[in-house]
Design a protein around this ligand. Structure first.
Ligand code: FES
Length: 122
């Protein structure tokens, strides 16, 4: 059995755990949800949502620590609010600054018919 990176964080939620509603995420924009000590950053463009462990690999601070919305103006990148590390919104791959050579840890999510977003089965 392969354990994904997000599952190794302390307090990682279980598949099926609810995160928020699609309407809670600005469109386009980002929104973070804390489940105990585990934080998930969700990014939205229309009906598409991507989710990552909300821990920037530079200093493991939440990407949205200093600003609620960390989606770039062109909606293609996440820019850490701490020291401007840049990541691809669709893959989490580091693209610039302190993001170079590293990546965000994706969290699988599913959007239910009611718009409820939950942790997806791996
Ligand atoms: S903590 Fe994200 S760039 Fe420094």
């Amino acid at each position: 059995m392969v354990i994904a990176a997000w599952e190794t964080y302390p307090g990682a939620p279980a598949p099926g755990d609810a995160l928020c509603d699609l309407a809670d995420i600005p469109d386009p924009g980002t929104h973070s949800v804390n489940i105990g000590d585990f934080s998930v950053l969700l990014a939205r463009r229309g009906g598409q949502v991507w989710a990552y462990v909300n821990a920037c690999p530079h200093q493991y601070l939440p990407l949205d620590y200093r600003a609620a919305d960390v989606l770039s103006a062109d909606r293609a990148k996440l820019i850490c609010s701490n020291h401007d590390a840049v990541f691809d919104v669709e893959t989490g791959t580091g693209l610039g600054g302190f993001g170079q050579g590293c990546a965000l840890d994706p969290v699988p999510v599913a959007i239910g018919a009611s718009g409820r977003i939950s942790i997806a089965a791996a």
